[in-house]
Design a binder for this molecule. Structure first.
Ligand SMILES: *Cc1c(COP(=O)(O)O)cnc(C)c1O
Length: 387
């Protein structure tokens, strides 16, 4: 072989005796075939075969399988973001003339997807009160193909009665999808309650270090997998094995990280609930947080994200008070090692329910810093905002 050919033909080296604990990062666009026949028959390799890098490499499949096992699902599709997980599921299941139901506390870009993208294309949506429970049955009409649940809403923290919502939807023949980003499979498993689909932002706790974007769609059966796989192939959507390798690293420590931030967040929420100068503390473990009974019944525990509702007068000081934070960073997204606060306005987003407070909301994501230093930083912030 000439030098030019040697440059593109990598030598085969022995891997005998090589056993690593790390999942190798397999990158590929082209998949090569041992002979002409197997290339011509490549469609017969089926959903789990390798045909083209876009549809998965052993690295992406390892992450998918790990999430499937955690949820008890048939298969998982890894997509570029959590938002993509919700959007692609919705696109795969609905055709014009049909309707999707979303909760009033839904992740806000999902509301935009429905109102601004799906509605002009003839796919209808309705927004429901997340606390409606079995009453959802009255809203599910013959056109309703999919009910989305978010448990809990990631800003306002209501925990819906998931089994009641699922039972009503199933009785009327609608699919149920659950955005389970807050709890992860470690704290809540929607498929065990009869949901058809779990969507998660792996960006948050699975990634765990604020440096990647990925989403997962875990389905209960192979028919759903086939529909989603077909849509992803048609739209040309796949993910980078490098991102998946980071997620595979992140998921190893997720149980330890989640247990820690869950404990600190609940402790902080309880201590903040004792303050008289806050309008409310929203954490599902607090008895007066909406859906507390469902949370205790259905969830193994809480993660690191909760919200504080400030008095109305805090509005004008918000910018300057946040700027003095020392340990907390200011930013959206969450689930990483750094603690974050994000100010939010919830009232303007609501269409099916009335948000009962007029002050701003501070969403707090607990990270891995020293809890005592976090507590001092947070309480100093709240003192500045309420004094
Ligand atoms: C962050 C988030 C998403 C979107 O995830 P991205 O990966 O950032 O697109 C969806 N749902 C919930 C509940 C989230 O918190």
């Amino acid at each position: 072989m000439s030098d030019a050919t040697l440059c593109v033909h990598h030598p085969e080296v022995s891997s005998e005796g090589y056993a690593s604990l790390a999942v190798p990062t397999h990158r590929a666009s082209t998949i090569v075939y041992p002979d002409g026949e197997s290339f011509l028959n490549r469609a017969a390799r089926g959903a789990d075969g390798y045909t083209y890098g876009l549809h998965g490499t052993p690295t992406t499949r390892t992450l998918a399988e790990q999430i499937s096992r955690l949820h008890g699902g048939a298969r998982t599709l890894i997509v570029p973001s959590g938002q993509a997980a919700v959007a692609l599921t919705t696109l795969a299941l609905l055709v014009p003339g049909e309707r999707v139901l979303i909760p009033d506390n839904v992740y806000p870009p999902v509301r935009s997807l429905c109102a601004e993208f799906l509605a002009p294309r003839g796919i209808d949506h309705a927004v429901y009160d997340p606390m409606i429970g079995a009453g959802i049955g009255e809203i599910i009409d013959a056109r309703t193909r999919l009910l989305w649940i978010e448990a809990p809403g990631s800003g306002s923290m209501e925990v819906p009665d998931v089994p009641a919502l699922i039972a009503a939807a199933k009785a009327r023949g609608a699919y149920v999808g659950c955005d389970n980003t807050w709890a992860t499979a470690l704290l809540f498993k929607p498929l065990e309650h009869g949901a058809d689909i779990v969507a998660e932002a792996l960006t948050k706790y699975v990634g765990g270090h604020s440096d990647l974007l990925l989403g997962s769609i875990t389905v209960a059966d192979m028919a759903l997998h086939a529909r989603l796989h077909a849509l992803l192939a048609a739209l040309g959507i796949g993910v980078s094995p490098d991102e998946c390798a980071l997620a595979l690293r992140g998921i190893e420590t997720m149980p330890v990280r989640l247990a820690h931030v869950g404990r600190v967040a609940e402790d902080f929420a309880r201590r903040l609930a004792a303050r008289a100068d806050l309008a409310a503390v929203r954490h599902p473990a607090l008895a007066d947080s909406p859906g507390h009974a469902a949370f205790r019944r259905d969830f193994k525990g809480g993660s690191g994200l909760f919200s504080v509702v400030l008095p109305a007068k805090a509005c004008e000081r918000l910018g300057s008070a946040l700027s003095e934070l020392k340990i907390f960073a200011i930013g959206a997204s969450w689930g990483g090692t750094r603690s974050l606060v994000a100010p939010m306005e919830i009232a303007p987003l609501r269409t099916a329910t009335r948000w009962p407070y007029d002050g701003p909301v501070l969403r707090i994501s607990i990270g891995l810093e020293d809890p005592a230093e976090l507590w001092d930083d947070l309480t100093a912030l709240l003192d500045r905002l309420t004094s």
